[in-house]
Design a protein around this ligand. Structure first.
Ligand SMILES: Nc1ncnc2c1ncn2[C@@H]1O[C@H](COP(=O)(O)OP(=O)(O)OP(=O)(O)O)[C@@H](O)[C@H]1O
Ligand SMILES: Nc1ccn([C@@H]2O[C@H](COP(=O)(O)O)[C@@H](O)[C@H]2O)c(=O)n1
Length: 230
């Protein structure tokens, strides 16, 4: 068996509110791995486009904005800070105004190609034994060869309840409508509602946060034990 020179990649996909970011971050912390939130890049681009008064529906204008989009994200699970140029946008990219337009920029193939290349380069350069990369197309497009591939899912009802518990500035109905419409728009571009071949599903509908972390780590342990015997 030859020693691996690249960080072990744990790819995690799932719909909005399934727990991808919080669970992936906690898993990375426990295993001493890096953590890459790919949705943050799409959000940061949406923030950038909005900041420059570019219409997110104007495909050519969004593509033209890409070369100057100076994006950076930390891979430390304790500090995944996000910046665009000199602006720290870690908080701003979570605003409902950004969530409302992010699917419009994410549907553009040139945007996806640009960011996919960036994600691969960040993941390959992480200074840790592994990295947990989460998003919508990690198991299928960004890292289809990842050692561990997981679809993290939960019922729509559970996802909406969890998300609305977090957001006090909007009604539960508004939160649910936005989550549903973002999933609908995103599903037209990438498949993340069902697991691709070889992808393990972790359904957290009836698991609490700690149990979900345990279930993901169990998949990682099983997959990596199997890989090391291959
Ligand atoms: N198994 C669980 N039980 C209870 N709450 C959970 C569980 N998993 C995640 N959560 C909570 O659900 C909320 C949504 O999780 P998170 O933000 O990680 O989802 P996400 O999939 O990254 O969503 P998005 O794609 O919209 O960014 C958070 O408050 C998180 O703490
Ligand atoms: N791999 C990915 C990740 C995200 N997106 C798009 O970004 C939006 C925000 O993602 P969150 O994980 O922060 O919710 C998401 O709604 C998608 O439009 C993507 O396309 N591919």
């Amino acid at each position: 068996m030859t020693e691996s020179t690249h960080p072990l990649v744990v790819a995690i996909d799932g719909p909005a509110g399934s727990g991808k970011s919080s669970v992936s971050r906690a898993v990375a912390r426990r295993l001493g791995y890096g953590y890459l939130d790919t949705g943050a890049a799409y959000r940061a681009l949406a923030w950038y486009v909005r900041d420059r008064a570019i219409d997110p529906a104007d495909t050519d204008a969004v593509i033209a904005a890409l070369p100057a989009f100076d994006y950076a994200i930390g891979t430390d699970p304790d500090d995944p800070a996000v910046s665009v140029g000199a602006d720290d946008v870690t908080e701003a990219i979570r605003e409902p105004a950004v969530s409302a337009i992010v699917s419009a920029v994410a549907r553009i193939p040139a945007v996806r190609a640009h960011l996919t290349a960036l994600f691969r380069s960040i993941a390959a350069g992480v200074d840790r034994p592994g990295i947990v990369v989460e998003g919508r197309d990690i198991t299928t497009v960004v890292a289809p060869e990842a050692e561990v591939r997981i679809l993290l899912t939960a019922s729509e009802q559970a996802r909406m309840a969890r998300r609305s518990a977090e957001i006090s500035t909007q009604s539960a109905q508004t939160v649910a409508d936005q989550l549903r419409s973002r999933d609908r728009a995103d599903s037209q571009v990438v498949e993340f509602m069902s697991a691709a071949d070889g992808v393990n599903t972790v359904d957290s509908t009836h698991l609490d946060f700690e149990q979900t972390i345990g279930a993901v780590i169990e998949v990682i342990n099983t997959r990596t034990a199997r890989t090391s015997h291959d």
